[in-house]
Design a protein around this ligand. Structure first.
Ligand SMILES: Nc1nc2c(ncn2[C@@H]2O[C@H](COP(=O)(O)OP(=O)(O)OP(=O)(O)O)[C@@H](O)[C@H]2O)c(=O)[nH]1
Ligand SMILES: [Mg+2]
Length: 610
């Protein structure tokens, strides 16, 4: 999630006009926002993708306008945390133009919002988005009539494909140029009073003659596909088979792509970096090559894997299949005190745990939020995926690594579900959950690449912050005090300190040191292993292969999977729960579960293979 939500809205500069995107969930606000601003806001085909504000500036008619993408709201008076984000925003910041985005094929249900905005007297433009779908369903809309009756400009738009975009752009430009009075939305009381004003008969008279719905919506492809994919017996097996295929691809395309990246960095090292540093003293050379360059090279080798993984995730998310998993798992999840949304967030956590944790804002029940947040960090995120791809390739070279990798995903689910079962009595959820399945939508190349590119840049930003610093720190730890080697270095001593608890789970001092750094971020693990073993690229795998058995390697993976993912996750957990007690408990719990699981596996497997 991407993890780049949460941009702050700057204090209003009078020269900058502010445009806010408002609408029900899943109506294409972020899609339009991205098209308008060139940003990479997270787009997905289920309600509740955006849960925080995102802001970007655009030049319109030579003037800067600030666009703010908001979470979807069902109602201006909603109670969930993401709806409150919208309320707080509207109460705090003056807005010059409201862009009310509506799903054109649900116009009868969604037109309430522009009517409320009208009643508040706010300057607004209404976008009837997804006009392509409405047309396909046989819905006929005359925007001019609606515009006249509403007293606001109304545009038909396909934000995803760009149809109607120029008209939408010009309408926004006109709206901004009109110098309409800047406004501050009043307090919640004002919203509540609105409820009475938007009556069904007001909606009826607005739509009559302007919107012609077919007596029966045309049968669409979604129903046919769902008959198979949501089949009561075959639905779940198809889901898990699909997941397996996904990871099979990641494995079989990801590894060769990593080799290519390794070759490129290897070539750069011997042809550019080494000649450049050769005049320097040996210790400085070693620091640059094994510390700094080691960090950079490991980071670079993961870029193709990240790209590939998020292309697959984007297809899953944007097609609408991910939201089907909520339906498939809802019955099981509700027995565990959760609901289908918890499962979607768990899947989203495969990308990154941070936006998945923030995604719990759509839940109104605090207990449900806390229970879901407790299990999200067990989701095998893309940073841990890098570690596992690397370790499995090293210690399990001849078999089918994809199966070993998949087994870790299954373990990730099983532990999450068991944890929920264990704590559902503590966090009692009574929130009813109504699932609305969006139609299947074809992801476009543009959207897939926007998402994957957003993730790669996010990874590189994180990498430059954590990984390189981490690798440099590990280099110092493993080279100081001067002249010391192996266990006598500070790093060796630090690793040995933990050996009484790590030995019973088969994790040696080298690997322990990598795990200590992995506490900061999992992306640091492989980089620090490269520094710890004092080699780069392929050679790290070789060094691990010669000193770590498969059982030890897998135990390391289990521990790495289940103990806390990174500092950012911990910080997010605190921010969302607002409780150190809860955060500390979750942290401790993950360590205990990680250790116990590794212990059971390591001791059990060692006994069996003895
Ligand atoms: N067919 C069609 N699909 C669209 C259009 N605009 C957006 N979508 C799809 O609709 C889904 C939702 O898009 P988002 O931009 O994430 O919607 P949102 O309003 O930001 O959703 P929340 O953040 O959950 O409130 C995605 O799958 C988009 O690809 C459109 O014009 N036509
Ligand atoms: Mg959105």
């Amino acid at each position: 999630m991407t993890c780049h939500a949460g941009a702050t809205v700057a204090a209003k500069n009078n020269a900058v006009k502010r445009v806010a995107l408002l609408g029900m969930p899943n109506t294409g606000k972020s899609t339009f926002f991205n098209r308008m601003t060139g940003a990479t806001a997270f787009v997905g085909n289920w309600p509740g993708v955006t849960v925080d504000l995102m802001q970007a500036n655009v030049k319109i008619n030579g003037e800067t306008a600030e666009f703010v993408d908001l979470p979807g709201i069902y109602d201006l008076n909603g109670f969930s945390e993401d709806e409150k984000v919208v309320q707080r925003f509207l109460q705090t910041f003056p807005v010059d133009l409201m862009l009310v985005i509506i799903n054109a094929s649900q116009i009868d249900r969604q037109i309430r919002l522009p009517l409320q905005i009208k009643a508040l007297g706010l300057p607004a433009v209404v976008m009837l988005n997804m006009a392509d779908e409405a047309k396909r369903y046989g819905i006929h809309i005359t925007p001019e009539i609606l515009s006249e009756r509403l007293g606001m400009p109304v545009c038909l738009l396909s934000a995803k494909y760009g149809k109607g975009y120029t008209n939408a752009y010009l309408t926004i430009a006109k709206g901004l140029a009109a110098q309409l009075q800047s406004c501050i939305v009043g307090n919640t009381k004002e919203y509540l009073e609105l409820e009475g004003q938007v009556t069904p008969s007001a909606i009826q008279s607005l739509l009559t003659g302007a919107v012609v719905m077919p007596s029966q919506l045309r049968k669409n492809i979604t129903t046919t596909i769902d008959r198979i994919l949501l089949h009561p017996i075959f639905g779940l097996p198809i889901f898990f088979a699909g997941m397996f295929v996904l990871f099979w691809f990641v494995w079989n395309l990801g590894l060769p792509s990593q080799d290519i990246a390794d070759k490129v960095t290897g070539w750069l090292q011997s042809n550019v970096i080494e000649p450049l540093v050769s005049p320097l003293p040996t210790v400085v050379q070693d620091f640059i090559l094994s510390g700094l360059w080691g960090g950079v090279a490991t980071v670079a080798s993961f870029v193709p894997l990240i790209l590939l993984f998020f292309i697959m995730m984007a297809i899953l998310e944007d097609s609408g299949y991910l939201s089907r998993s909520a339906y498939l798992m809802d019955a099981l999840m509700s027995r565990l005190g959760l609901d289908g949304r918890s499962f979607v967030l768990q899947m989203m956590g495969f990308g990154c745990n941070v936006p998945a944790l923030m995604g719990t804002r759509v839940m109104r029940s605090k207990a449900l939020r806390l229970l879901t947040m407790l299990i999200i960090p067990f989701a095998l995120c893309s940073a841990r995926l890098q570690v596992f791809v690397f370790i499995i390739a090293a210690v399990f070279p001849n078999g089918n690594g994809a199966i070993v990798l998949f087994s870790l995903y299954i373990l990730s689910f099983v532990i999450a579900l068991l944890t929920a079962a264990l704590f559902k009595g503590v966090f009692k959820n009574e929130e009813p959950f109504v699932l609305e399945l969006p139609p299947y939508r074809f992801p476009t190349m543009r959207q897939i690449f926007l998402r994957a590119w957003g993730e790669v840049t996010h990874f590189l930003r994180r990498a430059s912050k954590f990984i390189i610093l981490g690798c440099v720190a590990v280099w110092f730890l493993t080279n100081l005090p001067p002249g010391a080697t192996g266990l006598d270095t500070w790093g060796g001593k630090l690793g040995s300190l933990f050996s009484p608890i790590m030995q019973p789970i088969g994790i040696d001092t080298h690997l322990t040191l990598a795990l200590i750094f992995g506490f900061i971020a999992k992306e640091v693990v492989i980089g620090s292993l490269a520094v710890i073993y004092g080699v780069n690229g392929d050679a790290v795998g070789g060094a691990i292969a010669s000193s770590v058995t498969f059982i030890q390697g897998y135990s390391f993976c289990i521990f790495c999977l289940l103990y806390t993912p990174c500092l950012t996750t911990i910080a997010t957990m605190y921010k969302e729960s607002k409780s150190w007690k809860y955060t500390g408990f979750a942290l401790l719990l993950s360590f205990v579960i990680a250790w116990v699981s590794s212990f059971i596996f390591y001791q059990g497997a060692s006994l069996l293979t003895r």
